[in-house]
Every structure is written in structure tokens, then in C-alpha cells.
Design a protein around this ligand. Sequence first.
Ligand code: GAL
Length: 634
Amino acid sequence: MSLKRTLGTCYYPEHWAEEIWSEDARRMADLGLTWIRIGEFAWSRLEPRPDDLHFDWLDRAIDILKGAGLKVVLGTPTATPPRWMLDKYPDMLAVDAQGRERRFGSRRHYCFSHDGYRDETIRITRLLAEQFGRKVDAWQTDNEYGCHDTIYSYSDAARRAFRDWLAQKYQSPDALNRAWGNVFWSMEYDSFDQIDLPNLTVTEPNPSHALDFRRFSSDQVARFNRAQVDAIRARSDAPISHNYMGRIVEFDHFATGRQMEIATWDSYPLGFLEDRLEDDADHKRRYARQGDPDFQAFHHDLYRAIGRDGRWWVMEQQPGPVNWAPHNPAPLPGMVRFWTWEAFAHGAECVAYFRWRQAPMAQEQYHAGLLRPDSVAAEGFAEAAQVAQELREMPDVEHGQAPVALVFDYASAWAWAVQPQGQGCDYFRLVFEVYRGLRKLGLSVDILPPDTASLDGYALVLAPGVITLRDELKAAIAATDAQVILGPRTNAKTADLGIPVPLPPALTGFDLTVARVETMRPDMPVLLEKGGHLTLWREQIETSEDVVEADAHGAPVLVRKGHLSYLAGWPDEVALSRILTRAAIAAGLSPQDLPPDIRIRDTGQTRFLFNHGPDPVEFDGHIIPPAGLIWLPT
Ligand code: GAL
């Protein structure tokens, strides 16, 4: 499949007088944009009263955009049920863990388990697909599942659906009691109708109960999305997508991803740096106007894995200051172009800027667009124009297998969250630190789902923290010649979240037993013999395999047999760098110690060099401009 790199924007015709739509469309086309996403919040204008449909304005807007040569992504408006929906279904609201309703007046105020609301979403999606199925060029389901902490709902509808889900899974209360270990604290049930949602308990609920609730909640998202996909698919051949987010792990994106052609995500580098990362103040200060050097790249690689055949876009790209983070600085000049090229370097088909014109009303008034509210071009506009120009030189999407694979497993994120064992022990954080460590060595990375069945073509594979290894992945690890590093906490639990006996990680032919785990305060790191420390998480292991790393007292920390290694703790930056460098060399790769602001992405055809810092950097005989990039053919 040969695809072109394209640009786009998110447009809200319902926010503006119809007289300016044509001029907007002309300016979008002149700027070099291809894709325009519309409609995803417009339900109150599409259906102001139940069954009173007003699709005419949307039809005219689509005609105008298409008449200007643009392509249209139509979003289903189901993230914003209109006020009348609540009169019809007063119990459709999501309920938070404290038992409070999440009320009308913003967005995403629905519970995924409410059947009445779900039927309404199928109805509006079907009507839109009937009307526009042959007219639009792509679809988006809903908007950002999970945004504003909306996956978990503790409503009556959720309770009923959870009981059904449990009954299907376990078939009998006895089987559930055994799986959860409910004899502990006399938590046994006689019937599924006695089982509540795992909130408002006196102390922590049974972790197996909490984990099943997370699995159930993820399945509810997949079911909700599937209903929309089916309603569209019956009436349209256009590809379907959903716009995911950064560091949202509450539902399994691989499950929804398999339902659709394209994965997209919404990239807000400056907002994310402020509110989604553990890094210290110095790091956040240094990158306040550029964004974290690895966070966007990680998600680009993740969504490449989630999209079918690696198809992915950035559906919303930050074009200037946003409004929602604790602080909302403006990007350095050049960063809008930089972020766009970074996405293309990781294989994006399209980067669409959010939004076309800054809104002078309601919640996002201080969120930049490509245009100011007075329609004058904002700073990001010229940078988008520059990319449009540059795309003439590098038009084609480039995909190539990376030498390194990193497994990412949503179910492990839930298991860690349910049973972190120590403050700060978070699965995403662990995987992201490993990803960052690999990137600092100049390595390009593919992210793989946990049911990966073949590791062919990879030189180095890591699966930190994958709490229960699936049979497919176990077999792939046994079959590969790649260097593989497992641990900490890999294959540590049974599928029911119990401790297996024999004790973990129970890897065939590898003599290693995790005898005990401990977690540590951030100010009590464990010194390693070769320098650096373990922090947060540590495993006491019994082994007769080769010890590659030990702590300062000689206790084993990293052991190896053949191509397989196990890491029995959470390494700090220094220890991680040494461990990854050694493994990369053993894998036949050439790790480099990059300057702190530099990152590399190799596509097979092109090497991209990015400078995330505010000063020019000389590297490998090239000067890389501040907040800038260069690319070289390979
Ligand atoms: C996204 C959302 C958009 C808009 C944007 C602001 O999360 O999908 O609708 O709110 O954030 O940055």
C-alpha cells in the first residue's frame, strides 16, 4: 500500500456563520491541507429534539469542503449527548467511585453500560451513515474514550452489566469464589446478584475483584465502539478510526484497534509534559516549550501497533498554547513543524491540527487554533504551510521494522494499578522509562501487543512488567534468536492475579525463582556493584544462572542464560543505560550515547535527527538547529 503523507485540521462549521464556510474551505485548501474532521460534538444541532433531524447544514458543510478539494472525516457525536437525552434516560450518567453522578454541562457524561444510551448512539450513527456513508472519506467513532477519567462508572447500569459479565465468565458463584480466593475475609458469594462494584469498600477490595472490574470496563468500551463500527460498516466503505489519547491505559486499545482500519491519537506535547509525566521540575522546565523528547514518539510507535496494518494518524496536533494543563506556555518557534515531522518520521499518514480557528466562546477560549478568533493566521499556520511545502520533497509514508521490540500490555497496567505494592510503581511509567532508555541510545523501537506470536526480524526484545505472559508470546520468546530481557515482575501472576506455584517467573529451562518482592521509598535506592541503583521495586531471586549484574552486597539483579535475561528490579537511568547498552551490543546493534536533546528515528529509507533543545547541537558531523530536525537518506 503506497500512501501519501497528508495534513489536516479539525473544523466546527456549527460554531461559525455559514457565510464564512467557503472562505474557510478555500484557505484550508490553499494551506495544503487534505483532511478535515467535523461533526464529533454536533449532536444538539443535528437533532435538537428527539427525532427532529437537521442534517441539511452538515450536508452543505461537507459539500463546501469537498467542493474545495478537501476530504472529510465525519465524527459520530456520541461524546456529547444533548440535554434532552437526560430527560429520556435520567440514569444514563456515569457515576464516580464516590457514588456521585457526573453531570451534564461539559462532555462524556455517559455510562458505557447504559443500554438505552447505547441504542441511541447506534441510532444516530446509523442515520449519519445512511445519509453520508457514500459521501465522506473516513469516520471517527465518538471522541477520546477515557478522556476526563470516564472509563470506570459505578452506576446501577454498570453494576447490572458487571454481574452479567461475571456470570458469563465464571458460570457459577463457586468458580468465582475460587478464582478470587473469597474464602479470605469471608467474602464468598452465593449468587452473582450479591456482587457489587469494587468501590466504597471499607479497605481495599479483593484485587481479583478490582481487576475483573477493569477487564469488564474495557470490554464495555470495545462493545460500545463495536456497535458504532457495525452501524457504519453496513452503510459505508470508508475507513473507520477513533482518536485515542496519551497515557490512557484504562481500556485495551488493541481490542478496539482491531475493529477499525486506522488508529489516531491526539498529541498535545506541552500539556502532556505538565500533567502526565513523573519527571522532575528541571526536566519540565527545560522542555516546557518543546514537550518531552520521548512521550510523543512512544505514542506514535504505540498507535502504529494499534492501527490495522500499521495505519495511524495524529488526529489532533497542538498548534500553539492549550488551555487545560496546569500551565500553558506557547511552543518555541518551529515546534509545530517539528511535531508534525516527528509524527511522519514514525509513520503517520496524516497530521491534523486541532483546531482550525480558536473559539471565542465556551470552555476552550484560550486554546490556539491555526487561525486566531479574528481569522488572522496564528503562529502555527506558517509552520503548517512550511510542512505542506516540504511534503513535496518527502511525500510518501515510510514504514520499516525497527530492530528493537517493546511489548505493551494494557491488562498489565490494570494489574499493576490494582496491586502496585508501593507508591509510584506504575506499569506505564516502567515501560516508558525503558522506551526512553532505548531512545537515548539512538535505537528505533516497535511496540508490540502482548499476544504477539512472532518476534522474527527483531534483534532485541523487552517485556518489562508483563504480569502474565500469554502462551503465544512465551512460544515466540522460546523461538527467537533475539536478545530478550524480561522483568521486573514479568510473568509474576496467574490470570486470576494470584501468586503461581511454582513461584514466578517459571520460565522453562531457566533456573530462576522470585522468592520475595519489596518496594522502596524513593530515598532508599539500592546501590549496584557496577554503579547506578534499583529504585521502587526489587525482587529477591534464587538462581544458578549467570549473574550479569549484582547489588553492592553481591545479590543477583540481572541474570542471563543464552539469549534470555531476567532483570529483578526497577533500574535507575544509569543502571538502565548500562543494561540496555550491553544487550544492544550482544544483539549486534550499535548503541550510541546521544546528546541529551537529540533523538533519532530510522525508517529504513530515512534517518531523522531531532533536536528537542533550545540550542543548536552538533552531532555526527551535522548541526541540528534548535527545536529543529534534519533528515538524511539511509
Ligand atoms: C482533546 C479533545 C478536543 C479538545 C482538545 C483540546 O482532548 O479531543 O475536543 O478538547 O483536547 O486540547
